[in-house]
Design a protein around this ligand. Structure first.
Ligand SMILES: [Zn+2]
Length: 264
């Protein structure tokens, strides 16, 4: 897998002696969680994993050298059963995903570290990451943080429809990859599908409202795209990824410095 993580921030490039010398109580370890799943006719299966790596890599490159903040190798496979039926989608069950991240949390705690960030860029993992952040705190006493997607990116020029229902392989993801891995994007294969319209007054929404319906991509989108990639540009991908990376860097420093108001 391509990586933008600076070598000096890559936890897996350390020896155990180097790990042993890290300040255990303050070191912040970032565990990326993403997916290997269909992304329409025009983007690769690894899209969410590549975007995670791009944004985190650019963020880590901006941090002051003296801060002990490291990226762990990503959990590339996620809970992607909404995309089952499309060849190439490789999904973990909720139970397996929870167990894998829980076991990594156990190992992190056993190595004596206290602080971990779950950085997730796949929507299907979001509710599990919320559960895990609390459970790692309870079970191992880890100071656990969760971080999602592209904080800080303004997505200027993206329509309200696309911002709301451009869930998957739409303008933003396509722009990121046009910037990061243009050789993996197939612009003559763009397709457009929306799961819902912002101007519809339906009581039931696909996500994010008080009353949602559970959706599967194959019920809605023959191509696998939920959104519209047509307006995506390399320039926007670069700008948005830089905006997001700057905010991610700021957030990681805040997590590194975090002290709860009460207690340990
Ligand atoms: Zn995606």
């Amino acid at each position: 897998m391509k990586t933008w993580i600076p070598d000096s921030r890559n936890f897996a490039y350390l020896t155990w002696k180097q790990v042993d010398a890290l300040p255990r109580a303050s070191t912040l370890l970032v565990l990326p969680t993403a997916a290997i799943e269909q992304h329409g006719h025009h983007l690769p299966l690894a899209t969410d994993t590549l975007i995670n790596n791009l944004l985190l890599g650019k963020a880590l490159a901006q941090l002051p050298a003296e801060l002990p903040i490291y990226a762990l190798p990503p959990v590339c496979y996620g809970k992607s059963n909404e995309h089952i039926g499309f060849p190439g989608t490789l999904s973990l069950s909720a139970q397996t995903f929870l167990a894998v991240v829980r076991d990594l949390g156990a190992s992190i705690a056993a190595s004596g570290f206290k602080k971990v960030v779950l950085y997730n860029t796949h929507g299907g993992n979001t509710s599990l990451v919320d559960v895990l952040a609390r459970d790692l705190r309870v079970e191992f006493g880890l100071r656990t943080f969760s971080l999602f997607g592209s904080p800080g990116a303004d997505f200027e020029g993206v329509s309200v429809q696309e911002r709301t229902y451009g869930f998957h392989a739409g303008e933003v993801e396509t722009a990121y990859l046009l910037h990061a891995t243009p050789e993996l994007v197939h612009p003559n294969e763009y397709t457009t599908n929306y799961i819902a319209r912002v101007d519809d007054q339906e009581l039931l929404k696909p996500e994010g409202s008080s009353a949602n319906f559970a959706w599967l991509t194959k019920d809605i989108s023959p191509s696998g795209v939920l959104g519209d990639p047509l307006a995506a540009s390399m320039e926007n991908g670069e700008r948005w990824s830089n905006e997001a990376a700057a905010r991610v860097a700021e957030i990681l420093v805040a997590m590194y410095n975090f002290k709860p108001r009460h207690g340990a």
